[in-house]
Design a protein. Structure first.
Length: 297
């Protein structure tokens, strides 16, 4: 397939991007890694008349720790850079462990974190992980900037709260608390395929290993990422136990997610996967948090 005709400009600064977005609005699409946009154009699912190439804007390509409190990642940072970054490996292990499960290394070499999030595929790993980590997103337009929680950014399938004149510029991730544990689990038919089901789990324990905070966020589980608050709430005040994890898995898989099913998996199979992945992810997240609590004493 070939795309519909389009014009192309390569931009060199954030100011040039916001001016161009103002000028072309809905007719334009930002070109980052092109790993989702170009296939969609080739299938003519998207027919922008203007492509705004942001690959020269090096000011959007960085990973830095701000005062040991917040990780800041520029939207143009390649997925492979995030995968290999030593700060992320040490201090943000949930993100580090998830990266190899996003597509294939060739795609991660071009694909950017901003493009992945702006694309808002419900089956993508990174939106779910950003919500689980409490990430915030910085959006910039000619009028100024706004910072919003990632949970508000994702509005549904391929749909975000980005306005046509805004660019996603930065991802801000708070450093995990000392007593937290995490796990990311997904099931796909082949390594690198989009997952049939996946979950990002984060728990925080107190000194007695009782859970004080929990997050369970699912991918490919409905119209968008599913933040399973009811299942997470049953963990509050509790210690690690198989019965607890079975109950959380049951609530999330039966009451909270709403998977569509596809040629590879029925909805009941997706619910089954969510249930099992939840139990496994929580076991690991609790173990990791308890180990940190022990090391801390
Ligand atoms: C074979 C294959 C398998 C894949 N498997 C997976 C997978 O398992 N998991 C997964 O998560 N992804 C997967 N992907 C998608 C991949 O992660 C893409 O890299 C990513 O979704 C898009 O990033 P990109 O930088 O290539 O964005 P692009 O394709 O350039 O852009 C995607 C969309 O985001 C917009 N956009 C880009 N950057 C910005 C910005 N800074 N601000 C505002 N809007 C912006 C574009 O206009 C476009 O609408 C796969 C892709 C392929 C081709």
């Amino acid at each position: 397939m070939k795309p519909a005709p389009f014009d192309y400009i390569a931009l060199n600064s954030i100011e040039e991007i916001t001016s161009a977005l103002n000028e072309y609005g809905d007719d334009a699409k930002i070109l980052a890694g092109g790993q989702s946009l170009v296939p969609a154009m080739n299938f003519r699912l998207l027919q922008p008349t203007m492509l705004l190439d942001i690959n020269n804007v090096s000011k959007l390509d960085y990973v830095k720790l701000n005062g040991d409190k917040t990780l800041k990642i520029g939207a143009l940072t390649r997925q492979s850079t995030i995968e290999k970054d030593e700060i992320i490996k040490e201090k943000f292990p949930l993100l580090h462990e998830t990266m190899p499960q996003v597509a294939h290394s060739q795609i991660r070499n071009r694909g950017t974190i901003g493009g992945n999030l702006a694309h808002a595929d419900p089956a993508s790993e990174l939106p779910a992980v950003c919500i689980a980590m409490g990430a915030k997103l910085k959006l910039i337009s000619k009028e100024g900037e706004r910072i919003i929680p990632s949970s508000e950014f994702f509005q549904g399938m391929f749909f975000t709260s980005l306005e046509p004149n805004e660019i996603l510029a930065e991802i801000q991730i708070p450093i995990p608390t000392e007593h937290s544990g995490f796990s990311f689990m997904e099931f796909s038919r082949r390594r690198g395929d989009y997952a049939l089901m996946g979950v990002a789990a984060v728990v925080v324990l107190d000194k007695n290993n009782n859970c004080t905070e929990a997050k369970l966020v699912y991918l490919n589980a409905g119209d968008g990422q599913v933040d399973a608050k009811k299942a997470a709430s049953v963990l509050g005040g509790e210690k690690s136990s198989p019965d607890l994890f079975i109950e959380a898995g049951r609530i999330a898989s039966e009451e909270e997610i709403d998977p569509f099913g596809n040629v590879h998996a029925s909805t009941s199979y997706q619910r089954h996967l969510a249930n099992i992945l939840t139990q496994r992810a929580l076991k690991i997240a609790f173990e990791r948090a308890a180990k940190k609590e022990q090391n801390h004493d």
